[in-house]
Design a protein around this ligand. Structure first.
Ligand SMILES: NC(=O)c1ccc[n+]([C@@H]2O[C@H](COP(=O)([O-])OP(=O)(O)OC[C@H]3O[C@@H](n4cnc5c(N)ncnc54)[C@H](OP(=O)(O)O)[C@@H]3O)[C@@H](O)[C@H]2O)c1
Length: 465
C-alpha cells in the first residue's frame, strides 16, 4: 500500500477501537510508546490491511500522505505535551495534530497557539462512547482550525455514530470548542449518573426493592427515557456475582472514582459565573463516597434512621418524576454553561447541533435530546431549557411530584444531593424574588460593598453601625 491517510498514536482501549473503526473506510498507521501493545494489537485484533503498525515516530510520519494527520489517543495531561514535542521536529507547516483525548480546554488553547507559530494545525476533538462507541461509532466533538478540520472531516463522518438526523459529528467552533463541549458532556454525565444512583438508593433503602425488581423498574421507565445510562443500570442490576450468591451490585464497594472532567466543568462554571448545582452534586457525591472509612465510623455514633413508610404504587411514579427533573436539570445546566462559554471564548456554538451529535454514540444519549434540539430550533436564543415549551409544563408537574420523594427521603435520612439541587435550581430559576437583597445588605454592613436599590439607579452605601 502507498501512503496512509491518518496516523493514530496510543493503542490503549480507545485508540485500538478507534483505529479498527477508522480502518473500515480509511487507511491508518498506528504507533504506541510501548511496542508490545502494538504487536499484541496487530496479532490479536487486526484483520484489516488498512492498518499499518509502526515502531517509531519517524516511521509513523513517513507512512503518511501530506498534509500529515496525526491523532493522539493517549493519557490526557503531560503525555500530550511530551508527544507533541516528539512530533514537532518531524512535522511541517500544514500538518495537523488531532488530540482525541479528554484534554483540559485551556491546555488545548495553549497547544493550539504554540503549534500555530510553526504553521501546524491543532484540533481538539472530544470523543464519547467508551470503548464500544470507539469501535462501533462514537459521538465526535471537533474544534479548532476549520480548514484543517475539512482535511479530516470525511474520516470522522465515516467513523461517527449515525442517526436518522445525520452522523454524530459536527465542527463545533475554533480553538478549544470541541474539548470544552466534551468537558460539559462529561459534566452532564456526572449529574445524570448521580441522579440514577440516588433513585436506586431510594428504591433499595426506602421502598426496599431488590436488584431484580429495581432492574425491572428502570427497564420499564426507559421505554420513555430512552437513556443509555438507565439502560446499562437495568443491566447492571441483573448481573450475578461469579464468586458469591449475591448480585454483583451488592458486592461492589460504594466508593466512586473520577478523572477530572466533572471537576473541570464545575470549576469552569464558577469562573464563568454560571450555576451548575446538579452537575456539582454529582462531583461532590463522588468526593463524599470516597470517605468510606470515616462514614462507617460516623454512622456508629448515630441512631440508625427509621425508613419512611411509603406506598409503592404511589411513590414509584413520583420517583420517576424526580429522575426526569434531575436528568433534565443536568442538561439544562450544561447547555447554560455552554452558552456562557461560547460568549466568553467566542466559540459561536450551535446548541441544536450539539444536542444532535449527542443523540447517539455518546454516554449521555437519551430521548431528551430530540426535544432539546427542537427547543433550540424554535428559539436559538433560549436562555434555559426549563422554560422551553417542550419541558415547562411537565417539569413543573415533576417538581411537584419530587417534593414527596424529598420529604420521605429526609424522613428516612437518605441523602439525595442531585435531586435536591435540581429542584432548587428549578425553583431558583423561576423565582421572581430571591433573598439576595439581604446578602447585599450584609455585604454592605461588614464590607461597605454597596448595593443597588429597586427604586432608582446607582450604587448605595449605608452607615449601618
Ligand atoms: N476510556 C474511555 O472510555 C474514554 C472515553 C472517552 C475519552 N477517553 C480519553 O481518550 C484518551 C485515551 O484513553 P484510554 O482509556 O484509551 O487510554 P489512557 O489509559 O488514558 O492512556 C493510555 C495510553 O496513553 C499512552 N501514554 C501515556 N503516557 C504516555 C507518554 N508519556 N508518551 C506516549 N504515550 C503515552 C499509553 O502508552 P503506553 O502503552 O506506552 O503506556 C497508552 O497508549 C484519554 O485522554 C481518555 O481520557 C477515554
Amino acid at each position: 500500500m502507498g501512503k496512509y491517510e491518518i496516523a493514530l498514536i496510543g493503542l490503549s482501549v480507545m485508540g485500538q477501537n478507534l483505529s479498527l473503526n477508522i480502518a473500515k473506510n480509511h487507511s491508518i498507521a498506528v504507533y504506541n510508546r510501548t511496542s508490545s501493545k502494538t504487536e499484541n494489537f496487530m496479532n490479536n485484533k487486526v484483520k484489516n490491511e488498512n492498518i499499518k503498525a509502526t515502531y517509531s515516530i519517524e516511521e509513523l510520519l513517513d507512512s503518511l500522505e501530506k498534509p500529515r494527520k496525526v491523532m493522539l489517543m493517549i493519557k490526557a495531561g503531560k503525555p500530550v505535551d511530551l508527544v507533541i514535542e516528539e512530533l514537532k521536529p518531524h512535522l511541517e507547516s500544514g500538518d495537523i495534530i488531532i488530540d482525541g483525548g479528554n484534554s483540559y480546554f485551556e491546555d488545548t488553547n495553549r497547544r493550539n497557539k504554540i503549534l500555530a507559530e510553526d504553521g501546524i494545525h491543532y484540533l481538539g476533538v472530544g470523543i464519547s462512547g467508551g470503548e464500544y462507541g470507539a469501535l462501533h461509532g462514537p459521538s465526535i466533538m471537533p474544534g479548532g482550525d476549520q480548514e484543517a478540520y475539512a482535511e479530516v472531516e470525511k474520516i470522522f463522518e465515516d467513523a461517527a455514530a449515525k442517526t436518522e438526523h445525520g452522523n454524530c459529528v459536527s465542527y463545533l467552533g475554533p480553538n478549544s470548542a470541541g474539548h470544552y463541549v466534551k468537558m460539559v458532556h462529561n459534566g452532564i454525565e456526572y449529574g445524570i449518573m448521580e441522579s440514577i444512583a440516588e433513585v436506586y438508593d431510594y428504591m433499595r433503602k426506602v421502598i426496599k426493592l431488590n436488584p431484580e425488581e429495581m432492574s425491572r423498574v428502570f427497564a420499564d421507565w426507559n421505554e420513555e427515557f430512552k437513556s443509555y445510562l438507565i439502560e446499562i443500570t437495568a443491566e447492571i442490576l441483573q448481573r450475578d456475582d461469579l464468586e458469591t450468591d449475591e448480585k454483583l451490585i451488592d458486592i461492589i464497594l460504594d466508593k466512586a472514582k473520577h478523572k477530572g472532567t466533572g471537576k473541570w466543568s464545575v470549576q469552569s462554571a464558577l469562573d464563568l459565573g454560571t450555576a451548575v448545582p446538579t452537575i456539582n452534586a454529582g462531583v461532590n457525591a463522588r468526593l463524599m463516597s470516597a470517605l468510606k472509612v470515616e462514614r462507617i465510623e460516623n454512622s456508629a455514633l448515630f441512631d440508625q434512621p427509621k425508613k419512611a413508610k411509603v406506598n409503592i404504587e404511589k411513590i414509584l411514579p413520583k420517583l420517576k418524576s424526580a429522575l426526569y427533573l434531575t436528568s433534565l436539570s443536568a442538561y439544562a445546566e450544561g447547555f447554560k454553561l455552554l452558552k456562557a462559554a461560547s460568549e466568553e471564548y467566542n466559540y459561536d456554538l450551535n446548541y441544536q447541533e450539539i444536542a444532535r451529535i449527542w443523540e447517539d454514540g455518546c454516554i449521555i444519549r437519551s430521548g431528551l435530546l430530540q426535544p432539546i434540539q427542537k427547543a433550540f430550533a424554535e428559539n436559538k436564543n433560549l436562555k434555559t431549557l426549563i422554560t422551553a415549551p417542550q419541558f415547562r409544563i411537565k417539569l413543573y408537574q415533576d417538581a411537584k411530584n419530587t417534593r414527596d420523594v424529598i420529604n420521605t427521603a429526609a424522613e428516612s435520612e437518605l441523602p439525595l444531593p442531585a435531586v435536591h439541587s435540581a429542584l432548587d435550581y428549578f425553583f431558583s430559576l423561576k423565582s421572581k424574588e430571591l433573598p439576595a437583597n439581604l446578602i447585599q445588605a450584609q455585604r454592605d454592613f461588614f464590607g461597605a460593598h454597596t448595593y443597588q436599590r429597586r427604586d432608582k439607579e446607582g450604587s448605595f452605601h449605608t452607615e449601618w453601625e
